[in-house]
Design a protein around this ligand. Structure first.
Ligand SMILES: Cc1ncc(COP(=O)(O)O)c(C=O)c1O
Length: 372
């Protein structure tokens, strides 16, 4: 059954359709064709970065970035405890070890004050994740990385167009990765991209994306690479989507202000906590997420089920990675902020078609479930 108010949906129109038709008419439906370069150039330019390398999804974009930077067995990579699992899994794919860092108590992204504690002789990189569209504190992270000679790979899968001190995310790290999955602010169905200002890294990623083929000698392979290419059909959709990004971010921010207004009394009564926007941040509110405080009286999971009965689709916030079987370690350290946010958090409908009336319906439903 289709949810009456879905949590997310893509925004596709005639422009995407026309580009896709053009790609089909041209016959270039695989990973060669004019739209791939166009999409790469347009999106990299939007983020203020020189090179874009489009990939088949955001997970492989992260893997490609780690491989291009030489991350391998025995290395450690710092990742937030609270993120989508792909951030850590891609480190594991390299036979390296993801080392978790707790969240900042106010804005939930990786806490820069806790990063240095996790650094050892084996640490090679930090992967800050701009969680749910809120940027990480990039000055502090870049400063630590420089002091310890570490690479930074921004995981900007959820934060297209967000900025930190007026600079777009995806432009700070050595390589930065995006996802264009169907629930993202802009989408190519499945898709991803790596951005970098370093030409050598860009070339290395293009080679690794194409099985490791020598660009000057067809079917000669100098390294073991992957097939991580994006298709021209996906890029055709993506090229049209970039033009809509500012408009779609505007919708996300408008929606956030409606939620903020409608939740006022529940916040004042200490029943829910809203997502903050730090003074140095422009959030794109990819998923509008609230914390259901203990005094709300109904558990987060019960609230999700009751909202579902009312046709309102929501999701729990990510579970912290150190609690799940692949990353659960005996005597593992506690990450109390990630655990608390992960336990209380809920993502509300955040798609571009959610109306002010629906926001009132959603918040009234939450109010009536609370008062039961
Ligand atoms: C933080 C984060 N990293 C990586 C990914 C992986 O992207 P994809 O789903 O395109 O593989 C996602 C995905 O949704 C994500 O939220």
């Amino acid at each position: 059954m289709k949810a009456k108010i879905p949590i997310a949906e893509p925004w596709l129109g005639e422009e995407e359709l026309n580009n896709a038709v053009q790609a089909i008419r041209s016959g270039w439906i695989s990973s060669q064709g004019e739209f791939i370069l166009e999409f790469e150039k347009k999106f990299a330019r939007y983020c203020g970065v020189s090179h874009g390398i489009a990939t088949s999804n955001g997970t492989v974009a992260l893997h490609l970035a780690l491989k291009a930077l030489g991350i391998r067995e025995g290395d450690e990579v710092l990742v937030p405890a609270l993120t989508f699992i792909a951030t850590a899994n891609t480190v594991t794919y390299c036979n390296a070890k993801p080392v978790f860092v707790d969240s900042h108590p106010t804005y939930w992204c990786i806490d820069p004050d806790r990063i240095e504690k996790g650094i050892t002789k084996r640490t090679k990189a930090i992967v800050p994740v701009h969680l749910y569209g809120h940027p990480c504190e990039m000055d502090a992270i870049m400063h630590i990385a420089k002091n310890h000679n570490l690479y930074v790979i921004e995981d900007a899968a959820e934060a297209h167009g967000a900025s930190y001190r007026d600079q777009r995310v995806g432009s700070f790290g050595h390589i930065n990765c995006f996802s264009f999955y169907g629930n993202k602010i802009i989408s190519t169905g499945e898709g991803g991209m790596c951005l970098t200002d370093n030409e050598e890294l860009a070339t290395r990623m293009r080679i690794l994306r194409d099985h490791g083929m020598n660009p000057n000698r067809r079917y000669w392979y100098d390294v073991v690479g992957f097939n991580y290419r994006m298709t021209n059909l996906q890029a055709a959709v993506g090229a049209a989507q970039v033009d809509k990004l500012d408009m779609l971010i505007g919708k996300r921010r408008q929606l956030a202000s409606w939620y903020q207004e409608a939740f006022k009394d529940l916040v004042e009564r200490g029943l829910v906590t809203l997502p903050p926007e730090m003074p140095w941040a422009k959030s794109v509110y990819w998923m509008y997420s609230i914390l259901v405080e203990d005094r709300f009286g109904t558990s987060r999971d019960e609230l999700i089920n009751s909202l579902k009965e009312r046709g309102i689709e929501t999701r729990p916030l990510f579970y912290p990675l150190h609690l799940m079987p692949p990353y659960q370690r005996r005597n593992s350290r506690a990450f109390s902020v990630a655990e608390e946010v992960g336990r209380k958090g809920i993502n509300l409908p955040s798609g571009p078609r959610v109306t002010k009336e629906q926001v009132i319906q959603i918040t009234n439903s939450i109010r009536s479930i609370q008062a039961r």
